[in-house]
Design a protein around this ligand. Structure first.
Ligand code: GRF
Length: 193
């Protein structure tokens, strides 16, 4: 039996983490079997196309309730037989019911050293605060915002010459190393249990 874990990625925007994970899937020991985006026409969809990953757009306002919106996503994840759900720049807040369904198998990446700078603008908020060290966190997802148990963190120092743009680049570079490592770590931990 194959040991390769089937992963669905959820994104809302550019999808650079999605692409990075797909490119490293052999090393991580996964297959990215589908991408769900909750916004129309985002660049992540183009990446899915050239990476030959099936993709679907599921927009909240097209559904009568949050439960129906999430039900559609669950249907897709099940149809792809994905065991893991990887959030990569996914901006919608998921309900406790959705999260409980995937328990320890739903992960998120946040561009700060949690618990500092939670929320949608972690990079900008840290930069504007003037911190000298920020970083990247991969965590399990719970029903709070950016509050789940931490899996791995990577510090990213700021130099006095960093602009917001150069700092963003450093953060993203750290994400592309950390997220694959953290996914691999969780999969290996789960194998031991
Ligand atoms: C990343 O910085 C991630 O940490 C945050 O959203 C951004 C997504 O970027 N949650 P991309 O869509 O993967 O390019």
């Amino acid at each position: 039996m194959s040991n390769v874990k089937r992963v669905a990625v959820l994104a809302s925007g550019g999808g650079s983490n999605f692409e990075n994970i797909v490119k490293k899937e052999a090393d991580i020991g996964i297959e990215v079997v589908g991408l769900i985006v909750d916004k129309k026409d985002v660049f992540a969809l183009e990446r899915a196309e050239y990476l030959s990953v099936p993709s679907e757009t599921v927009v909240r306002k097209d559904y009568p309730s949050k439960a129906a919106f999430e039900e559609k996503m669950i249907e897709l994840i099940e149809s792809w037989q994905a065991e893991y759900v990887v959030l990569a720049g996914f901006m919608a807040i998921l309900s406790p019911e959705f999260i409980d369904r995937y328990e320890r198998n739903i992960l998120n990446i946040h561009p700060s050293l949690l618990p500092a700078f939670k929320g949608a603008n972690g990079i900008r908020d840290a930069y504007e605060y003037g911190v000298k060290i920020s970083g990247v966190t991969v965590h399990h997802v719970d029903s709070g915002i950016d509050t789940g148990e931490i899996i791995m963190q990577q510090a990213v120092p700021l130099s006095d010459t960093d602009t917001l743009e150069s700092f963003e680049e450093k953060i993203h570079a750290a994400e592309y190393v950390l997220y694959p490592e953290a996914i691999k770590k969780v999969i290996n931990m789960n194998k031991e249990h």
